[in-house]
Design a protein around this ligand. Structure first.
Ligand SMILES: [Fe+2]
Length: 600
């Protein structure tokens, strides 16, 4: 049975293909449209999944859509009658109409008959799709499951349990109460207005003292049995309504906090104002309040299920700082989070929900790695390089083809150890927000200045944002305290105090690091490269940041080449092809840029 999972008319639209219980492909639309968190309909992502699976659109047996307009209808109607929120009603109605009409839109996008697609479409409620995205691909037969996010189908938080191929939902927190909304409100207040900016505030938090915890804690009241409520006088979404756009293109969300928040905390930061100690303290306080509330939910889920294993999903499961504390602060001992735990992951969850929960198929799949996107053959790489031949030569870049992969790994590792920044493009594209060593920019974690070099020469991003390490799985304990292997880079742990000076470029200001463990099971090629670096330096890790520059992660060889040519990366490795910038020129431009630019 071929199931195409679809997340549409939400943020981070995506598609996933599951064939006979096995994940075949999972792709986010933003990589094709080159618009971060792209909303609308994932036309390119659906086609990419089918192409990877070698299927024609007519081969799809089930279209599993991760929304259900009929879910919680009475509750929605009751809420609307009581609160009569302004702008949200018409926007919500439009969105619902869009979701209902989706079978026709999918049919048009794939050149299929409307009636055929309608008959094969299953609407899977948003939160069960989140839960299934973790529960049905985790390495556990039975576990507790929990999803915490902004909202979807009127729910912000849900939990339950999975046993084999059965998922049961035991509890909910309903709209308008939401920890995602709490984080969003303070993120906007701190002057980060773009969709998905919450991770910037998480990166800022370790710089500050949490001295506004009491004030921010007054925005959320923790109740019994894992429940919580927002103080709605600080939020606009339930009363006045907030404009949200989920049409084609970039998703937008209007201001969700009320003027009362400024009475409580002082004036909000405008996006052009510098980030100061007060903002850092607020970020720290928000993170502390969020963690307290998330652990409150998770402790209840642990007690209610009696399980020590947790499958976690939802946008809030991207909070890697909180994720790293779950085992310490709750009774859970094993935590599984798949790499697209935000709304992108609901396409995957809807597909597996249709496979197991609706069709009753037994489970046959565990997600061991995060590489579920397309790959590109050597001919495509050569064509991309040939097309830019003149420009490449004009930039003083040398071009080489290596025949021996092991020798190329040794050479690349030596370049990184020598302080050069390498764009590394191999195999299938990553699924989820993190680059995991197939579309990555790599550098030496031992160099304290590497953070500034990458921020000013390549990424052009805020100075406070940390860089993450990819570490050989077997070396984890040598460098981190209390950490567990995570091939998806979703948990933050303390770097051992005696190692912080050894790897300053990946050690955040509070001594932590958001690590990715690499093993031959998850990525043999990347593992070999890190091993080559360890042979030269004695340090079994690389600094790994996503291959992009203020855009979605690169998808194709052309995009990788464009990014290389417009930034000041030193080396580009695509498959076995290498471009290398002139050493003297790069050093000179670095000095000039570091002297002139101040970011963040
Ligand atoms: Fe969600």
């Amino acid at each position: 049975m071929n199931i195409l999972g679809v997340n549409a008319y939400h943020g981070d639209v995506s598609a996933a293909l599951v064939c006979d219980g096995q994940l075949v492909a999972a792709v986010e639309e933003e990589r094709y449209r080159r618009i971060k968190h792209c909303a609308g309909v994932p036309r390119h992502a659906m086609r990419a999944c089918l192409e990877i699976g070698g299927l024609a659109p007519a081969d799809v047996d089930v279209f599993a859509v991760s929304r259900d307009p009929r879910a919680h209808l009475w509750r929605k109607a009751w809420f609307l009658l009581r609160h009569r929120p302004g702008g949200t009603v018409s926007a919500r109605a439009r969105n619902m109409a869009g979701v209902r009409a989706l079978p026709g839109v999918l049919a048009d996008a794939l050149g299929l008959d409307h009636a055929r697609v309608r008959q094969r479409t299953r609407f899977v409620e948003h939160h069960p799709a989140h839960l299934a995205s973790a529960a049905f691909v985790a390495p556990f037969d039975a576990a507790a499951v929990c999803a915490i996010d902004g909202f979807g189908d009127f729910v912000s938080t849900s939990w339950g349990r999975v046993a084999g191929s059965r998922l049961s939902v035991d509890g909910h927190v309903f709209y308008p109460h939401s920890l995602g909304m709490l984080y969003l409100a303070i993120t906007q207040y701190l002057g980060f207005p773009s969709y998905g900016d919450e991770f910037k505030v998480m990166g800022l938090a370790p710089y500050g003292e949490p001295r506004f915890t009491r004030e921010i804690a007054s925005l959320v009241r923790l109740g019994n049995d894992g429940q919580f409520e927002l103080d709605l006088s600080y939020f606009r979404h339930a009363s006045e309504g907030v404009q949200m756009t989920w049409e084609d293109g970039s998703p937008t969300i209007g201001t969700v906090f009320t003027p009362k928040l400024e009475s409580l905390l002082g004036p909000a930061r405008r996006r052009d104002q510098p980030v100061d100690a007060r903002h850092e303290a607020m970020a720290a306080s928000l993170q502390a309040v969020f963690e307290r509330a998330a652990m409150h939910v998770l402790r209840h889920v642990q007690k209610a299920t009696g399980s020590t294993k947790l499958c976690l999903a939802g946008g809030c499961a991207m909070n890697s700082v909180a994720n790293g504390k779950i085992r310490e602060e709750t009774g859970f001992r094993d935590v599984f989070i798949q790499p697209a735990s935000g709304d992108n992951g609901t396409a995957l969850g809807a597909a597996f929900y249709a496979c197991h929960q609706l069709a009753g198929q037994p489970r046959a799949f565990v997600m061991q790695h995060g590489y579920w996107g397309p790959s590109f053959d050597d001919g495509t790489v050569v064509a991309a390089l040939d097309a830019q031949e003149e420009f490449i030569a004009g930039q003083g870049c040398g071009r080489r083809l290596w025949t021996d992969e092991a020798a190329l790994d040794d050479w690349t590792a030596a370049q990184i150890a020598g302080g050069r920044v390498v764009g590394w493009f191999q195999g299938r594209m990553e699924w989820g927000a993190r680059a995991l060593g197939n579309r990555s920019i790599l550098a030496d974690p031992r160099r304290a200045d590497m953070r500034d070099i990458i921020n000013t020469r390549i990424k052009f991003r805020e100075r406070f944002r940390p860089f993450a390490p990819s570490i050989l799985e077997e070396a984890l304990d040598e460098y981190f305290v209390g950490a567990v292997p995570d091939p998806f880079m979703l948990q933050v742990y303390p770097v051992r105090p005696d190692k912080r000076a050894v790897v300053p470029a990946i050690t955040h200001v509070d001594g932590s690091g958001r690590l990715q463990t690499v093993s031959p099971r998850s990525n043999q090629r990347y593992y070999d490269l890190i091993r080559a670096f360890a042979r030269i330096t004695g340090v079994p890790m690389l600094l790994n940041t996503s291959f992009n520059e203020n855009e979605p992660i690169v998808l194709t060889p052309e995009q990788a080449l464009d990014c290389f040519l417009r930034t000041s990366m030193d080396v580009l490795v695509i498959g076995r092809h290498v471009l290398e910038r002139d050493v003297a020129r790069t050093a000179e431009s670095t000095r000039v840029e570091l002297g002139n630019r101040v970011i963040g």
